[in-house]
Design a protein around this ligand. Structure first.
Ligand code: ZN
Length: 318
């Protein structure tokens, strides 16, 4: 299936669009400035009043035309202190937003000529924007399941055999889509999977009036007391759909993650596992937005930028 063709026209954003919108470092800087200072930089912290600012040629800063105080739109963002071209950052974000299974640092290295280390650091920074830690699941029907990354032994459903410390567990919860709204996912890397952990996550992320679907694994045993209804798919019928009792939605997400981690990233250390899960979840939760996921990602740069050192009045005075 060619997924590109399924994206409605108004949601398409191709590499051609990218090249047109962001032909140069300057155009990216201008875009970043508009995101952080809509309507332009108007306020000078030092003069403590509105002042005209002008761009300093050859440098990514704007200067107050009265006192000369300089403001960089990159300050406080993931681009601060980077010597990599801003356009390359934008391009890396475009690629990360428009693939389905992720993009490797190796590919950026090949395409653009930056070192592997630089490419890897860029992606780590970009991924740091993708966490949706506070997001609650609101769907009436939620599927919950775990998967395991790495390790060799295969217990039931890929669950680790006793003593298998190499597998890193991930607990996932996903809303089932409705005609009005696509279902969103929450995926968390955890040191282990216990009943208490499961109950804690249910309490934190799932509404009490939801119905939750799991399999028969014992860690889900006490879940029913916390939600409206707990429906379980029996092991013997795993893989089959018994009416609405299935976990196919979360399994679909797992296969996306596995394809990416095995196929694109090859292996992911425990330390960075959560950031990769955040990357997959970010795209999954916006899969109805086509390639405009890129726009959401660009917005995150400004949303998560550190506030300016001296007040943030300049930012709110749009
Ligand atoms: Zn000034």
């Amino acid at each position: 299936m060619n997924r590109r063709q399924t994206i409605p026209k108004h949601l398409r954003y191709t590499i051609h669009d990218f090249n047109e919108q962001f032909p140069t470092d300057e155009s990216c800087l201008e875009h970043l400035k508009e995101q952080r200072f809509p309507g332009g930089i108007t306020y000078c912290d030092k003069c403590q009043q509105d002042r005209k600012h002008y761009k300093i040629t050859g440098r990514p800063v704007y200067s107050c035309d009265h006192c000369g105080t300089q403001i960089s739109p990159m300050a406080g963002t993931i681009f601060e202190k980077s010597t990599t071209s801003l356009r390359l950052w934008y391009y890396a974000m475009y690629l990360l937003a428009s693939t389905r299974c992720g993009i490797s640092a190796k590919q950026i290295q090949r395409e653009t000529g930056v070192t592997y280390k630089t490419a890897w650091r860029m992606f780590r920074q970009i991924r740091s924007l993708l966490s949706e830690a506070d997001m609650q699941l609101e769907g009436a029907a939620i599927e919950m399941d775990e998967m395991y990354v790495g390790g060799k032994s295969k217990g039931h459903a890929g669950r680790p055999m006793r003593g298998d410390k190499q597998k890193s567990p991930v607990i996932g919860m996903v809303e089932r889509s409705t005609p009005e709204k696509i279902g969103r996912v929450k995926a968390l890397a955890t040191p282990d999977v216990t009943t208490n952990q499961i109950l804690g996550l249910v309490h934190e992320y799932i509404l009490p009036e939801s119905t939750v679907f799991t399999d028969e694994y014992a860690v889900y045993d006490r879940l029913g007391a916390r939600v409206k209804e707990h429906k379980r798919i029996s092991h013997s019928s795993k893989g089959y759909v018994m009416g609405d009792v299935h976990t196919n939605t979360i399994e679909g997400f797992w296969s996306l993650v596995k394809r990416g981690i095995c196929g694109v990233y090859h292996q992911v250390s425990q330390k960075y596992l959560q950031s990769y899960l955040d990357e997959y979840s970010f795209r999954y939760n916006r899969r109805d937005q086509g390639n405009l996921i890129f726009t959401s990602l660009l917005r995150r740069v400004s949303e998560l930028a550190a506030p300016r050192a001296v007040g943030d009045r300049g930012m709110s005075r749009a």
